[in-house]
Design a protein around this ligand. Structure first.
Ligand SMILES: Cc1cc2nc3c(=O)[nH]c(=O)nc-3n(C[C@H](O)[C@H](O)[C@H](O)COP(=O)(O)OP(=O)(O)OC[C@H]3O[C@@H](n4cnc5c(N)ncnc54)[C@H](O)[C@@H]3O)c2cc1C
Length: 578
């Protein structure tokens, strides 16, 4: 019997595993991951991780930036815990070997980041996620009690009588389906950008953990808040990190004009606009792009309209020292050199503010089931996450969830063997049927996926309105029906990636339905959720999280949960560097 089973080998999952091992070395920990842990999406984070360190900065300022950046939808008790623990987590990572970039006098270097008033974003050049994940991975290797199921895909949570008892997983290499009994389970499965057609997210980010929890009866929270990052490369969606603008990059339209000066991004009036505007919050910058497009001031390309990111004035030396990966990506994927050329960019789906509803320790309403990282919604990100808050979030709440799960495992008896056996058997039979059924004539998985992605982009993109959202509800319901008969051509057991794609499609449809249902229900505009038919923020009606359950009929049922306010009453959103 596993004491703590963690689904996900990214930053949140590995940090949770270390926390369990540190809490009690007698506990057994399993990390189950559908890819080798170092291939998790955390590895691709570039810009940095925010935590107060500099003289003059305070925890309260970090908290305030996060709360106002999230348009007052963050739970303020969660934010206070987050900002207090983030510096400790980053220092701990340093002790484990993370090579944070340094100033010439030896101090940890920090850079400015969008929506943060102070410079507090730590970085390791522009490969922060790579170094962070490596550091965590090598640290887990120290602990014998952490065992790994690499390239195992979890298809179901085993839940009985309101308590989790383990998971069912497929060993991708052999097709073997196994029920793994566990006292506690932590979902650390990352985000779900792949629900949209144009995203910075890796192909594995299909919202599996959100769907697993939702199907098991746990609610999801704030699913309508989808973050667009303003600077993705056209066609590939590859991210050009915000660090490029933090280092002084400009956004210009087709006339070579720094168009952001025409928009209200929320800077305080006493801040020189030209200095801070490229570092406005991501939602506002993405919305400004749409306005430029409507004015005909973007550039048409075969891959949609773009504006330009101009780094030329930074010079080769600074680009090579501070953002070398940006240069590498531009050369490899766009065939241009940012030291001499303009970079075409457009907004791209990047991050889900919503996720599995948890408390401050990652606990969900199902006993023994926890969630942490991008798949969870604690919530510290509210209606719009500030860049560089996610890496510290996966550390802080990964560690908290690990410690809490360890506590639960120690104080509770083992799971129910009969539930593990029978639910494992049912799932094995279901998966076998999918492969045996033939289904030679059903719709193709890729076609269904594309229709789902286009439906979401059309109805739940940067701007939304009621009618297209209501229509999207119907389209997604019909897609779900058609997906039942989706065609599977590969009937083999070994590395059956087609079967995995089908399971991922069902997970994404769950997520897509909740995004649309919550967006339809929220008749106001806040942060990343902008309703053209309800353009104002409505604190009287919606200073509340959306909480969505799966109704017995299988459709999403949306309710509201009040936001926790501690010291910061709702106000206007402002940002800008002092
Ligand atoms: C390109 C890019 C750049 C970014 N840059 C930054 C940045 O500079 N600063 C910042 O703060 N944030 C950044 N972010 C956001 C941040 O990196 C992520 O939110 C964070 O790393 C997510 O970590 P995670 O551990 O929750 O999930 P992930 O790292 O995505 O890991 C998910 C894990 O779950 C496993 N998994 C999923 N489903 C299953 C299943 N069914 N069965 C078994 N295993 C499963 C996967 O194998 C994987 O190991 C960036 C994101 C992207 C996409």
């Amino acid at each position: 019997m596993i004491d703590v089973l963690i689904v996900g080998g990214g930053g949140a999952g590995l940090r949770a595993a270390i926390a369990v091992a540190e809490t009690d070395p007698s506990l057994t920990v399993a990390v189950v991951s559908k890819v080798y842990p170092m291939r998790s999406h955390t590895v691709s984070a570039e810009g940095g991780a925010a935590a107060v360190i500099g003289i003059g900065d305070t925890l309260d300022e970090h908290a305030y930036d996060t709360i106002s950046g999230g348009d007052w939808l963050c739970d303020q008790d969660a934010v206070e815990a987050f900002v207090a623990e983030a510096p400790r987590e980053l220092i701990r990572l340093e002790h484990w070997g993370c090579p944070w970039s340094r100033e010439s006098d030896g101090r940890v270097a920090v850079r400015p980041f969008g929506g943060m008033k102070r410079m507090r974003t730590w970085y390791a050049a522009d490969k922060t996620g790579f170094h962070l994940l490596h550091t965590l991975f090598q640290t887990t290797l120290k602990y014998q009690e952490i065992i790994r199921y690499d390239e195992w895909y979890v298809t179901q949570l085993i839940v009985d009588d309101g308590r989790v008892h383990g998971v069912v997983a497929i060993e991708i290499r052999t097709g073997r389906v196994e029920a793994i009994a566990a006292r506690t389970v932590i979902l650390a499965t990352g985000g779900c950008g792949r629900v949209f057609p144009f995203t910075t997210n890796a192909a594995i980010k299909t919202g599996d953990g959100m769907s697993l929890a939702y199907r098991a009866g746990a609610p999801l929270k704030d699913m309508e808040f989808v973050q667009y990052h303003p600077t993705g490369l056209p066609f590939t969606g590859i991210l050009i990190t915000e660090a490029a603008r933090a280092e002084g990059g400009w956004l210009i339209n087709k006339d070579g004009y720094r168009y952001l000066q025409d928009y209200d991004l929320g800077q305080p009036t006493d801040t020189p606009k030209l200095r801070s505007m490229e570092l406005g919050p991501r939602d506002r910058l993405s919305q400004a792009f749409v306005a430029e497009q409507n004015k005909g001031r973007t550039v048409e390309t075969p891959y949609g309209p773009v504006v330009y990111l101009d780094l030329r004035h930074l010079g080769e030396a600074k680009i090579d020292m501070r953002i070398p990966f940006v240069r590498e990506l531009c050369r490899s994927y766009q065939n241009l050199d940012p030291a001499t050329d303009l970079i075409p960019v457009r907004p791209v789906v990047h991050y889900m503010m919503g996720g599995v509803h948890t408390d401050l320790d990652g606990a969900t309403p199902i006993a023994g089931l926890y969630a942490a990282g991008e798949t969870a919604c604690v919530s510290i990100n509210g209606a719009n996450r500030l860049g560089s808050n996610s890496l510290p979030e996966i550390l802080v709440f990964g560690a908290r969830a690990g410690a809490a799960a360890a506590g639960f495992a120690r104080s509770h008896q083992g799971g129910q063997a009969s539930a593990v056996r029978s639910q494992g058997e049912d799932e094995r039979r279901r998966l076998r049927r999918v492969l045996d059924d033939g289904r030679g004539t059903g719709p193709r998985i890729a076609d269904l996926r594309e229709e789902m992605q286009q439906t979401l982009e059309g109805a739940a993109g940067i701007y939304r309105t009621g009618d297209p959202l209501a229509k999207a509800v119907e389209t997604l319901a019909s897609l779900r029906e058609r997906a039942v008969d989706a065609r599977v051509d590969d009937h083999s057991a070994t590395f059956n990636t087609e079967l995995i794609s089908l399971i991922e499609l069902h997970a994404m449809l769950d997520v897509a339905e909740t995004v649309v249902a919550c967006a339809l229900n929220r008749t106001e505009s806040r942060g990343a959720h902008q309703r053209l038919d309800f353009p104002a923020r409505d604190d009287a009606g919606f200073l509340a999280h959306s909480l969505v359950h799966r109704a017995p009929s299988g459709v999403p049922s949306v309710g509201l949960l009040p936001v926790t306010l501690t010291r910061w009453p709702p106000g206007e959103r402002v940002y800008g560097r002092d």
